[in-house]
Ligand binder design. Structure first.
Ligand SMILES: *Cc1c(COP(=O)(O)O)cnc(C)c1O
Length: 360
């Protein structure tokens, strides 16, 4: 067996240790004689799995008691609708558009109320984060929405926007658990887990209790109400049980690694290797304003489409997978999530150096 270095943006690399553990427990989970895939979500064994997963996440992120943790389905994209359906009491919200995902979220919300785009970086292909220290926040906005780490473009909010007292809602799909976070600054933090935590199929929503009400937009389906899931401890219906189990294992792995402070240091060290190389390369260059660079997703180009394609092809042959940039932007992108080892990034940079020598 040989594993590649997988730079996919998502679904993405998971800790090898977690995969091995899951493999060992595949046929008989903890003496139950069955796989987690085969057991009732109402069983004692699964109850322990979901309870521990929630507690470990609470420990890692230091989530205050007045926030609920929900394990949902439907992908991050379903939250684009759930958020306005549940939170747009005054039928108005402010969106900061820093990439495709925020743009899609704003478009979806506009089905349910008035959406004000209060800042955008679309003028320069989303290659930076706009100054959000003094935005024209709307009087009637129920919340201010951001996508905190832009998976496709490789930018990250290093400072949260000044929402002038309005509730902040953040899509953290691609930076979830990559560094410590002050949960109290947000009303809602959510993300699909398939970028930095676990297998596709689970969305984690961390939501302040006062935002969970029955006062939702008329016609909101039961399944799309936060209250439904909060009241039932994420067990209103069958949850994505196996995915939650793997997330729980990743939480334990993160705790063992030393928690989010340590992950941040590791992620900074990894990203620096790649950015430092890009900054002095004569062939490759990064596409993002340096101060707004993501620690998780690193897009770069040669400036020549054919050479980009040659690089992606040769990299793949050398065991570096999924380096092709998003279909909407081209070039390359290395996603270097929590589970990507330091050695993987060093090996990639060595490969890039060699390619540069051969192709310059
Ligand atoms: C991948 C991604 C999404 C979409 O996730 P789905 O689970 O496929 O709906 C939304 N937001 C961000 C930031 C993403 O990276």
């Amino acid at each position: 067996m040989s594993r590649v270095y997988n730079f996919s943006a998502g679904p993405a690399v998971l800790p090898e240790e977690v995969l091995k553990e899951a493999a060992a427990e595949m046929l008989d989970y903890n003496g139950t004689g069955m796989s987690v895939m085969e057991m009732s979500h109402r069983s004692k064994a699964f109850e322990e799995i979901i309870t521990a997963a929630e507690q470990d996440l609470r420990d890692l992120m230091n989530i205050p008691d007045n926030y609920k943790v929900l394990f949902l389905q439907g992908g991050a994209s379903q939250q684009f609708a759930m958020i306005p359906m549940n939170l747009m009491k005054k039928k108005e919200a402010d969106y900061i558009v820093t990439g495709q995902w925020a743009k899609k979220a704003a478009k979806e919300a506009a089905k349910y109320g008035k959406v004000n785009v209060v800042a955008s970086s679309e003028d320069k292909t989303f290659s930076y984060i706009p100054d959000c220290s003094d935005l024209p926040i709307s009087e009637n906005a129920d919340y201010v929405y951001i996508c905190e780490n832009n998976t496709i473009y490789g930018t990250k909010f290093k400072e949260l926007p000044n929402t002038k007292g309005k509730t902040l809602v953040a899509d953290v799909s691609s930076c979830f658990l990559s560094e410590p976070v002050d949960v109290t600054k947000y009303g809602v933090i959510y993300g699909g887990v398939q970028k930095n935590i676990g297998p596709a199929g689970v969305v984690i929503v961390i939501i302040r209790e006062d935002l969970i009400t029955e006062d939702v937009l008329p016609g909101t389906p039961t399944m799309l109400q936060y209250k439904t899931h909060a009241d039932a401890g994420s067990l209103y219906n069958t949850p994505p049980a196996y995915g939650i189990y793997i997330c729980g294992k990743v939480f334990k792995w993160l705790k063992k690694m030393g928690g989010l402070e340590v992950m941040k240091e590791r992620n900074e060290k990894k990203a620096k290797v790649l950015y430092d190389y890009l900054d002095q390369s004569k062939l490759f260059k990064g596409t993002v304003v340096p101060k707004d660079r993501s620690l998780m997703n690193v897009p770069f180009v040669t400036g020549d489409k054919d050479l980009d394609a040659k690089f992606v092809k040769e990299a793949k042959e050398a065991g570096f997978e999924n380096l092709k940039g998003h279909r909407t932007v081209g070039g390359m992108r290395a996603s270097i999530y929590n589970a990507m080892p330091y050695e993987g990034v060093v090996a990639l940079v060595e490969f890039m150096k060699k390619f540069e020598e051969e192709n310059l």
